[in-house]
Design a protein around this ligand. Structure first.
Ligand code: ACO
Length: 442
């Protein structure tokens, strides 16, 4: 099969919007202000060191644009999330996950022909080299799926050495497709391994999400019939998590890629960063919190603890570093949650508790004043639970979705004319130079 690499559409370069003058110790530096197609303007500080011998200080990089990107746009105040310019709500309603993968990777929605060809490529590459099965036996049965995912993805480079050639666009594209196709198989097999059940191979007659559910739940003694409402719900969750501009794991992928490391190493680094509880683990924490609250009557007492400055209890699934009015993904997630539970015909007590908790918090001044609203994770854990996905697989599922964003951003970084190795500076507060003589104990 021919593998065409769709060309990236061109967009206008940043516009020069005047400058900011910084004067320090009698010297002045004129720093250009650049504007992108939408969103905040940025001060280009690249000449600051040359002009004034100064660095900037921004722990957590909260006000630093670390790169130029054309992939995803967020306006946290207005609750806007766009993939390649398209609003997330429209994409979640009308697209499939492979379509979103194509859009994020190549810049435009696929034509029918491009879509079919792309889906075929994903299907072909979803199978793992048979020897990769041996990797799993090296792990304990109770290994966290994220440790299996992280290790196995890094190990893929040993099986697909051609993918380690980052020197040309075609090879980078092949690796990107390898990763999007293979990570669901690895994640599903990590689950199967933990259950002591036989691995289920990907099937060409299933969609991406159907395949994933089938690889998780089919057994030789009990074939699994994929429920279309469940596979659609999963597709939507994958779409909502596919990219989120320069978040911690994506920045990790870009940073690792800036050294020239091959894509399997870069994506393994992204998986490791996502594993942290402040990033990928929040939906698991929401379920734990709901269980610990137990019932509606206990909500006021729990909220009082959240508001108590002497306690470190937080309302998990509420608040976001960027979204300060609402998370546009949360309402889609809530609707999806309703659909899944209606299909199951279940009144999930945890969902009912979640809805009460949400209502209670949204009327409380503490949350209103701080602009704390439900985020995407408030409902995703409940949907995963309803789909039968165990809690320790939640972050692995997030990784399956985010792989699309990671490889798209990794590819974009490679083509960036400003690309250079990431090498931040620091504000050093340790000892000044001192002499070892006389300091060493004899
Ligand atoms: N519960 C209670 N209080 C909160 C919460 C919360 N969930 N989130 C923020 N606050 C309070 C803080 O205590 C602080 O109060 P103060 O001004 O009186 O000191 C104020 O709101 C601002 O909080 P920050 O920590 O500065 O907010 P930040 O934007 O840095 O944090 C974060 C964002 C980490 C997501 C935070 O809201 C949080 O911990 N939420 C719960 C965990 C969660 O749901 N994470 C998932 C995020 S979405 C994702 O990763 C896909």
């Amino acid at each position: 099969m021919t593998q065409s690499t769709p060309s990236t559409p061109s967009f206008s370069p940043p516009q020069d919007e005047g400058c900011v003058k910084v004067t320090y110790k009698g010297k002045t530096s004129k720093l250009p202000v650049l504007s992108g197609s939408t969103g905040n303007n940025v001060i280009d500080i690249r000449n600051l060191q040359n002009d004034l011998d100064l660095f900037t200080f921004d722990p957590g990089l909260g006000t630093t644009a670390s790169c130029e990107s054309k992939i995803t746009f967020i306006d946290g105040d207005k609750g806007i999330l766009l993939y390649r310019g398209y609003p997330i709500a429209q994409l979640a309603e009308h697209s499939t996950f492979p379509e979103i993968a194509f859009l994020l990777l190549y810049g435009n929605l696929p034509t029918r022909h491009e879509y079919n060809e792309f889906v075929n490529r994903l299907e072909e590459k979803s199978l793992l080299h048979e020897q990769i099965r041996n990797f799993f036996n090296g792990f304990r049965r109770d290994a966290h799926p994220m440790s299996i995912l992280c290790g196995t993805v890094a190990g893929l480079s040993a099986f697909y050495p051609e993918g380690t050639d980052t020197s040309n666009e075609e090879s980078r594209d092949v690796s990107a497709v390898h990763l999007i196709a293979k990570i669901p198989t690895i994640a599903a097999w990590a689950y199967k391994y933990s259950r002591g059940e036989p691995f289920v191979y990907p099937r060409a007659d299933y969609s991406y999400s159907e395949n994933f559910l089938n690889m998780l739940f089919a057994r030789p003694d009990a074939p699994y019939k994929v429920n279309p409402i469940f596979s659609r719900a999963l597709d939507r969750i994958l779409i909502l998590h596919a990219d989120h501009e320069q978040n911690a794991s994506t920045s990790t992928v870009r940073l690792t890629g800036s050294t020239g490391a091959h894509p399997f190493a870069c994506i393994a680094a992204g998986i490791a960063a996502l594993w942290g509880p402040a990033h990928g683990g929040a939906n698991e924490a929401v379920l734990k919190m709901l269980r610990s609250i137990g019932s509606k009557e206990n909500i006021p007492e729990f909220i009082a603890k959240v508001k108590d400055k002497n306690s470190d209890v937080r309302l998990m699934g509420f608040g976001h570093r960027v979204y300060k009015n609402f998370d546009p993904r949360a309402s889609i997630m809530k609707r999806t949650c309703d659909e899944v539970l209606a299909e199951l015909g279940e009144h999930d007590p945890l969902l009912e508790l979640a809805m009460e908790l949400e209502k209670y918090a949204l009327q409380d001044d503490y949350f209103v004043q701080r602009k704390l609203y439900p985020n995407v994770d408030f409902y995703s854990g409940i949907i995963f639970k309803a789909l039968g996905i165990p809690e320790n697989m939640f972050t692995a599922l997030f990784a399956v979705a985010r792989t699309v964003g990671w490889v798209s951003q990794w590819k974009e970084a490679f083509n960036d004319p400003l690309r250079r190795i990431y090498r931040p500076r620091q504000l050093y507060t340790g000892p000044e130079e001192r002499d070892l003589k006389g300091a060493k104990h004899n």
